[in-house]
Write a protein that binds this ligand. Structure first.
Ligand code: UT7
Length: 329
Protein backbone atom coordinates (compact mmCIF):
# COMPACT_ATOMS: atom_id res chain seq x y z
CA UNK A 1 0.00 0.00 0.00
CA UNK A 2 1.25 3.50 -0.83
CA UNK A 3 1.93 6.07 1.90
CA UNK A 4 -0.65 8.81 2.39
CA UNK A 5 -0.37 12.18 4.11
CA UNK A 6 -2.99 11.90 6.84
CA UNK A 7 -2.22 15.09 8.80
CA UNK A 8 -0.43 18.37 8.14
CA UNK A 9 0.89 21.08 10.46
CA UNK A 10 3.02 24.20 10.40
CA UNK A 11 4.78 26.58 12.77
CA UNK A 12 5.74 30.15 11.91
CA UNK A 13 7.31 32.43 14.52
CA UNK A 14 5.18 35.46 15.37
CA UNK A 15 7.73 38.18 14.70
CA UNK A 16 7.37 39.70 11.25
CA UNK A 17 10.34 41.26 9.45
CA UNK A 18 9.05 43.40 6.58
CA UNK A 19 10.87 44.74 3.54
CA UNK A 20 10.66 48.14 5.23
CA UNK A 21 12.50 46.72 8.26
CA UNK A 22 15.25 45.52 5.91
CA UNK A 23 15.40 48.95 4.24
CA UNK A 24 16.52 50.31 7.60
CA UNK A 25 19.34 47.72 7.86
CA UNK A 26 20.61 47.41 4.29
CA UNK A 27 20.97 49.26 0.99
CA UNK A 28 17.78 47.76 -0.43
CA UNK A 29 14.16 48.71 -0.98
CA UNK A 30 10.68 47.22 -1.00
CA UNK A 31 10.25 47.80 -4.74
CA UNK A 32 13.40 45.82 -5.63
CA UNK A 33 12.60 42.93 -3.29
CA UNK A 34 8.95 42.73 -4.36
CA UNK A 35 9.59 42.89 -8.10
CA UNK A 36 12.59 40.53 -8.12
CA UNK A 37 11.33 37.94 -5.64
CA UNK A 38 7.66 38.45 -4.69
CA UNK A 39 8.57 38.67 -0.99
CA UNK A 40 6.94 41.33 1.22
CA UNK A 41 7.75 39.98 4.68
CA UNK A 42 9.20 36.96 6.49
CA UNK A 43 9.06 35.54 10.04
CA UNK A 44 11.98 35.57 12.46
CA UNK A 45 12.51 33.34 15.50
CA UNK A 46 14.25 35.99 17.56
CA UNK A 47 14.61 34.16 20.91
CA UNK A 48 18.23 32.92 20.95
CA UNK A 49 17.22 30.01 23.20
CA UNK A 50 14.87 28.67 20.51
CA UNK A 51 16.23 26.97 17.42
CA UNK A 52 15.10 24.65 14.64
CA UNK A 53 14.17 21.83 17.03
CA UNK A 54 11.73 24.18 18.79
CA UNK A 55 9.83 24.83 15.56
CA UNK A 56 9.92 21.11 14.67
CA UNK A 57 8.61 20.18 18.10
CA UNK A 58 5.67 22.57 17.70
CA UNK A 59 4.89 20.93 14.34
CA UNK A 60 5.20 17.39 15.76
CA UNK A 61 2.94 18.21 18.74
CA UNK A 62 0.37 19.70 16.41
CA UNK A 63 0.44 16.61 14.16
CA UNK A 64 -0.17 14.33 17.16
CA UNK A 65 -2.96 16.52 18.50
CA UNK A 66 -4.74 16.86 15.16
CA UNK A 67 -4.53 13.11 14.49
CA UNK A 68 -5.49 12.30 18.09
CA UNK A 69 -2.64 9.86 18.69
CA UNK A 70 0.06 9.56 21.33
CA UNK A 71 3.79 10.00 20.68
CA UNK A 72 4.24 6.29 21.55
CA UNK A 73 2.68 5.41 18.20
CA UNK A 74 5.33 7.15 16.11
CA UNK A 75 7.82 4.76 14.48
CA UNK A 76 10.11 7.18 12.66
CA UNK A 77 10.91 10.91 12.69
CA UNK A 78 12.68 12.47 9.71
CA UNK A 79 13.77 16.10 9.99
CA UNK A 80 14.94 17.79 6.81
CA UNK A 81 17.01 20.84 7.69
CA UNK A 82 20.21 22.71 6.88
CA UNK A 83 20.13 24.68 10.12
CA UNK A 84 20.10 21.95 12.80
CA UNK A 85 20.41 23.11 16.42
CA UNK A 86 23.84 21.47 16.44
CA UNK A 87 25.79 19.35 13.97
CA UNK A 88 25.10 16.51 16.37
CA UNK A 89 23.01 15.13 17.97
CA UNK A 90 20.43 15.20 15.22
CA UNK A 91 17.45 17.53 15.41
CA UNK A 92 15.26 14.45 15.00
CA UNK A 93 16.59 13.10 18.33
CA UNK A 94 15.85 16.43 20.02
CA UNK A 95 12.30 16.37 18.68
CA UNK A 96 11.88 12.74 19.76
CA UNK A 97 12.93 13.73 23.28
CA UNK A 98 10.69 16.80 23.36
CA UNK A 99 7.55 14.88 22.39
CA UNK A 100 8.50 11.68 24.24
CA UNK A 101 8.33 9.37 21.21
CA UNK A 102 9.91 6.47 23.06
CA UNK A 103 9.25 3.87 20.35
CA UNK A 104 10.58 5.89 17.44
CA UNK A 105 13.92 6.24 15.75
CA UNK A 106 14.90 9.22 13.68
CA UNK A 107 17.47 11.08 11.64
CA UNK A 108 18.18 14.39 9.96
CA UNK A 109 18.27 14.65 6.20
CA UNK A 110 20.46 17.19 4.41
CA UNK A 111 19.13 18.30 1.04
CA UNK A 112 18.62 22.04 1.64
CA UNK A 113 15.49 23.36 -0.10
CA UNK A 114 14.64 19.90 -1.46
CA UNK A 115 14.92 18.35 1.99
CA UNK A 116 11.20 17.94 2.53
CA UNK A 117 10.64 16.22 -0.81
CA UNK A 118 13.59 13.91 -0.19
CA UNK A 119 12.21 13.22 3.29
CA UNK A 120 8.68 12.64 2.07
CA UNK A 121 9.81 10.05 -0.45
CA UNK A 122 12.17 8.43 2.07
CA UNK A 123 9.43 8.24 4.71
CA UNK A 124 7.03 6.82 2.15
CA UNK A 125 9.41 3.92 1.51
CA UNK A 126 9.22 2.86 5.16
CA UNK A 127 5.42 2.84 5.00
CA UNK A 128 5.30 0.98 1.68
CA UNK A 129 7.73 -1.67 2.91
CA UNK A 130 5.56 -2.23 5.98
CA UNK A 131 8.46 -1.42 8.29
CA UNK A 132 6.72 1.59 9.82
CA UNK A 133 3.08 2.46 10.42
CA UNK A 134 3.42 6.11 11.38
CA UNK A 135 6.19 8.38 10.14
CA UNK A 136 6.60 12.08 10.88
CA UNK A 137 8.38 14.08 8.17
CA UNK A 138 9.28 17.68 8.99
CA UNK A 139 11.01 20.37 6.94
CA UNK A 140 12.33 23.25 9.04
CA UNK A 141 14.95 25.96 8.98
CA UNK A 142 15.95 28.82 11.24
CA UNK A 143 17.48 30.70 8.33
CA UNK A 144 18.01 33.84 10.41
CA UNK A 145 20.76 31.94 12.27
CA UNK A 146 22.86 31.56 9.11
CA UNK A 147 22.05 34.80 7.28
CA UNK A 148 24.54 37.62 6.90
CA UNK A 149 22.46 40.74 7.57
CA UNK A 150 25.17 42.84 5.90
CA UNK A 151 24.71 40.97 2.57
CA UNK A 152 21.69 42.34 0.73
CA UNK A 153 21.84 39.64 -1.93
CA UNK A 154 20.87 36.90 0.54
CA UNK A 155 19.47 38.55 3.71
CA UNK A 156 16.28 39.64 1.97
CA UNK A 157 15.39 36.19 0.65
CA UNK A 158 14.93 33.94 3.64
CA UNK A 159 12.77 33.51 6.73
CA UNK A 160 12.26 31.04 9.58
CA UNK A 161 9.55 28.38 9.62
CA UNK A 162 8.61 24.72 9.80
CA UNK A 163 6.02 22.39 8.37
CA UNK A 164 5.40 18.68 8.55
CA UNK A 165 3.19 15.74 7.75
CA UNK A 166 2.20 12.41 9.24
CA UNK A 167 2.52 9.50 6.82
CA UNK A 168 0.45 6.33 7.18
CA UNK A 169 -0.62 3.57 4.80
CA UNK A 170 -3.21 4.82 2.32
CA UNK A 171 -6.73 3.63 3.08
CA UNK A 172 -7.38 2.74 -0.58
CA UNK A 173 -5.35 1.89 -3.63
CA UNK A 174 -4.67 4.80 -6.00
CA UNK A 175 -4.20 7.40 -3.26
CA UNK A 176 -1.18 8.82 -1.45
CA UNK A 177 2.39 9.46 -2.57
CA UNK A 178 2.13 7.89 -6.02
CA UNK A 179 5.33 8.93 -7.77
CA UNK A 180 8.56 10.83 -7.24
CA UNK A 181 11.59 11.85 -9.30
CA UNK A 182 14.46 13.13 -7.19
CA UNK A 183 17.75 14.45 -8.50
CA UNK A 184 21.07 15.91 -7.44
CA UNK A 185 23.90 17.51 -9.39
CA UNK A 186 27.07 17.49 -7.33
CA UNK A 187 29.05 18.08 -10.52
CA UNK A 188 27.79 21.61 -11.11
CA UNK A 189 25.96 22.70 -7.97
CA UNK A 190 28.13 22.80 -4.85
CA UNK A 191 29.97 26.10 -5.40
CA UNK A 192 26.93 28.19 -6.20
CA UNK A 193 24.98 27.88 -2.96
CA UNK A 194 26.71 26.92 0.27
CA UNK A 195 27.74 27.73 3.81
CA UNK A 196 31.51 27.22 3.71
CA UNK A 197 32.34 27.35 7.44
CA UNK A 198 31.56 25.15 10.42
CA UNK A 199 32.08 21.74 8.87
CA UNK A 200 35.19 19.56 8.86
CA UNK A 201 36.72 21.51 5.95
CA UNK A 202 36.63 24.88 7.68
CA UNK A 203 35.95 24.29 11.37
CA UNK A 204 35.06 27.39 13.35
CA UNK A 205 38.04 29.66 13.95
CA UNK A 206 38.58 33.40 14.39
CA UNK A 207 39.43 33.48 10.70
CA UNK A 208 36.22 31.75 9.56
CA UNK A 209 34.18 34.15 11.68
CA UNK A 210 36.07 37.20 10.38
CA UNK A 211 35.46 36.04 6.81
CA UNK A 212 31.71 35.51 7.37
CA UNK A 213 32.08 31.84 6.44
CA UNK A 214 29.27 30.71 8.76
CA UNK A 215 26.68 32.39 6.57
CA UNK A 216 24.93 31.45 3.35
CA UNK A 217 26.74 32.34 0.11
CA UNK A 218 24.78 32.29 -3.11
CA UNK A 219 25.48 33.07 -6.74
CA UNK A 220 21.87 34.10 -7.32
CA UNK A 221 21.99 34.32 -11.11
CA UNK A 222 23.47 30.84 -11.58
CA UNK A 223 21.06 29.29 -9.11
CA UNK A 224 18.13 31.10 -10.70
CA UNK A 225 18.92 29.71 -14.16
CA UNK A 226 19.43 26.18 -12.85
CA UNK A 227 16.25 26.33 -10.74
CA UNK A 228 14.03 27.50 -13.62
CA UNK A 229 15.24 24.69 -15.87
CA UNK A 230 15.23 21.91 -13.29
CA UNK A 231 11.87 22.67 -11.66
CA UNK A 232 10.10 23.00 -14.99
CA UNK A 233 11.75 19.81 -16.34
CA UNK A 234 10.88 17.69 -13.31
CA UNK A 235 7.31 19.01 -13.23
CA UNK A 236 6.90 18.09 -16.90
CA UNK A 237 8.38 14.66 -16.22
CA UNK A 238 6.01 14.00 -13.32
CA UNK A 239 3.06 15.05 -15.50
CA UNK A 240 4.10 12.83 -18.38
CA UNK A 241 4.79 9.75 -16.23
CA UNK A 242 1.41 9.99 -14.52
CA UNK A 243 -0.83 11.14 -17.38
CA UNK A 244 -1.41 14.44 -15.61
CA UNK A 245 -2.62 17.45 -17.56
CA UNK A 246 -3.02 21.12 -16.69
CA UNK A 247 -6.73 20.35 -16.31
CA UNK A 248 -6.54 17.37 -13.95
CA UNK A 249 -3.85 18.83 -11.67
CA UNK A 250 -5.54 20.57 -8.74
CA UNK A 251 -2.50 22.14 -7.11
CA UNK A 252 1.08 22.89 -8.01
CA UNK A 253 2.89 23.16 -4.66
CA UNK A 254 6.31 24.63 -5.45
CA UNK A 255 9.30 25.53 -3.32
CA UNK A 256 8.98 29.23 -2.50
CA UNK A 257 12.36 30.74 -3.48
CA UNK A 258 11.31 33.27 -6.06
CA UNK A 259 7.94 34.16 -7.56
CA UNK A 260 9.54 34.36 -11.01
CA UNK A 261 10.82 30.76 -10.77
CA UNK A 262 7.35 29.61 -9.67
CA UNK A 263 5.68 31.40 -12.60
CA UNK A 264 8.15 29.86 -15.06
CA UNK A 265 7.37 26.38 -13.70
CA UNK A 266 3.61 26.96 -13.86
CA UNK A 267 3.90 28.32 -17.43
CA UNK A 268 5.79 25.23 -18.57
CA UNK A 269 3.05 23.05 -17.05
CA UNK A 270 0.34 25.20 -18.63
CA UNK A 271 -1.17 25.70 -15.18
CA UNK A 272 -3.18 28.80 -14.38
CA UNK A 273 -2.40 31.00 -11.39
CA UNK A 274 -5.34 29.90 -9.24
CA UNK A 275 -3.90 26.36 -9.08
CA UNK A 276 -0.48 27.51 -7.86
CA UNK A 277 0.06 27.55 -4.09
CA UNK A 278 2.01 30.66 -3.24
CA UNK A 279 2.76 32.23 0.13
CA UNK A 280 6.24 33.61 -0.57
CA UNK A 281 4.96 37.17 -0.02
CA UNK A 282 4.29 36.40 3.65
CA UNK A 283 7.09 34.00 4.61
CA UNK A 284 9.93 34.38 2.07
CA UNK A 285 12.06 31.29 1.53
CA UNK A 286 11.98 29.05 4.61
CA UNK A 287 14.16 26.46 2.78
CA UNK A 288 13.05 22.95 3.87
CA UNK A 289 9.92 24.50 5.38
CA UNK A 290 8.31 25.92 2.24
CA UNK A 291 6.53 22.90 0.75
CA UNK A 292 5.08 21.46 4.00
CA UNK A 293 4.00 24.95 5.13
CA UNK A 294 2.18 25.31 1.79
CA UNK A 295 0.53 21.91 2.27
CA UNK A 296 -0.57 22.82 5.79
CA UNK A 297 -2.09 26.11 4.59
CA UNK A 298 -3.98 24.43 1.74
CA UNK A 299 -5.25 21.84 4.22
CA UNK A 300 -6.30 24.46 6.82
CA UNK A 301 -8.16 26.37 4.12
CA UNK A 302 -10.12 23.24 3.13
CA UNK A 303 -8.64 23.24 -0.37
CA UNK A 304 -7.55 19.58 -0.39
CA UNK A 305 -10.20 16.98 -1.16
CA UNK A 306 -10.28 13.25 -1.73
CA UNK A 307 -8.78 12.70 -5.18
CA UNK A 308 -7.08 16.12 -5.44
CA UNK A 309 -3.99 15.80 -7.64
CA UNK A 310 -0.97 17.62 -6.20
CA UNK A 311 2.41 18.10 -7.86
CA UNK A 312 5.13 19.12 -5.40
CA UNK A 313 8.39 20.52 -6.83
CA UNK A 314 11.56 21.93 -5.32
CA UNK A 315 15.10 23.07 -6.09
CA UNK A 316 17.99 23.89 -3.79
CA UNK A 317 21.63 23.71 -2.79
CA UNK A 318 23.62 20.73 -3.95
CA UNK A 319 22.07 21.12 -6.45
CA UNK A 320 19.12 19.02 -5.34
CA UNK A 321 15.68 19.00 -6.93
CA UNK A 322 12.67 16.87 -7.44
CA UNK A 323 8.99 16.40 -8.02
CA UNK A 324 6.43 14.31 -6.13
CA UNK A 325 2.92 13.36 -7.22
CA UNK A 326 0.40 13.03 -4.39
CA UNK A 327 -3.24 12.03 -4.79
CA UNK A 328 -4.98 13.29 -1.67
CA UNK A 329 -6.97 10.68 0.24
O1 UT7 B 1 16.04 28.26 -2.42
C1 UT7 B 1 17.29 27.92 -2.88
C2 UT7 B 1 17.44 28.25 -4.29
N1 UT7 B 1 17.62 29.67 -4.45
C3 UT7 B 1 17.01 30.28 -5.42
O2 UT7 B 1 16.25 29.70 -6.15
C4 UT7 B 1 17.36 31.74 -5.65
C5 UT7 B 1 17.64 31.98 -7.11
N2 UT7 B 1 18.03 33.33 -7.42
C6 UT7 B 1 17.18 34.40 -7.35
O3 UT7 B 1 16.06 34.25 -6.93
C7 UT7 B 1 17.65 35.73 -7.88
O4 UT7 B 1 18.85 35.56 -8.60
C8 UT7 B 1 17.86 36.78 -6.77
C9 UT7 B 1 16.52 37.24 -6.23
C10 UT7 B 1 18.72 36.25 -5.66
C11 UT7 B 1 18.54 38.03 -7.38
O5 UT7 B 1 17.75 38.53 -8.46
P1 UT7 B 1 18.44 38.90 -9.84
O6 UT7 B 1 17.37 39.43 -10.71
O7 UT7 B 1 19.20 37.70 -10.32
O8 UT7 B 1 19.39 40.07 -9.44
P2 UT7 B 1 20.98 40.19 -9.59
O9 UT7 B 1 21.67 39.35 -8.59
O10 UT7 B 1 21.34 40.03 -11.03
O11 UT7 B 1 21.20 41.72 -9.22
C12 UT7 B 1 20.69 42.77 -10.04
C13 UT7 B 1 21.08 44.09 -9.43
C14 UT7 B 1 22.57 44.21 -9.11
O12 UT7 B 1 22.96 45.54 -9.35
P3 UT7 B 1 23.71 45.94 -10.71
O13 UT7 B 1 24.94 45.09 -10.75
O14 UT7 B 1 22.74 45.60 -11.80
O15 UT7 B 1 23.96 47.40 -10.53
C15 UT7 B 1 22.63 43.94 -7.63
O16 UT7 B 1 23.73 44.54 -7.02
O17 UT7 B 1 20.38 44.29 -8.19
C16 UT7 B 1 21.34 44.56 -7.15
N3 UT7 B 1 20.84 43.95 -5.91
C17 UT7 B 1 20.00 44.58 -5.08
N4 UT7 B 1 19.46 45.81 -5.09
C18 UT7 B 1 18.63 46.14 -4.09
C19 UT7 B 1 21.09 42.71 -5.42
N5 UT7 B 1 20.42 42.53 -4.27
C20 UT7 B 1 19.73 43.67 -4.03
C21 UT7 B 1 18.87 44.08 -3.01
N6 UT7 B 1 18.33 45.31 -3.07
N7 UT7 B 1 18.54 43.28 -1.98
Amino acid sequence: MKAAITTTAKYLPEEVMSNQDLERMLDTNDEWITSRTGIKERRILRDPAKATSYMCTEVAKSLLEKRGISADEIDLIIVATMSPDMIFPSTACLVQGNIGARNAWGFDLSAACSGFLYGLYTGAQFIESGNCKKVIVIGADKMSSILDYTDRSTAILFGDGAGGVLLEAAAEEGYGVLDARLYSDGLNGPNHLLMPGGGSLHPASHETVDQHMHFIKQDGKQVFKAAVMAMADVAAEIMQRNNLTAENIDWLVPHQANQRIIHATADRMGITEEKVMMNIARYGNTTAGTVPICLAELDEQGKLHKGSNLVLVSFGAGYTWGGVYVRWQ
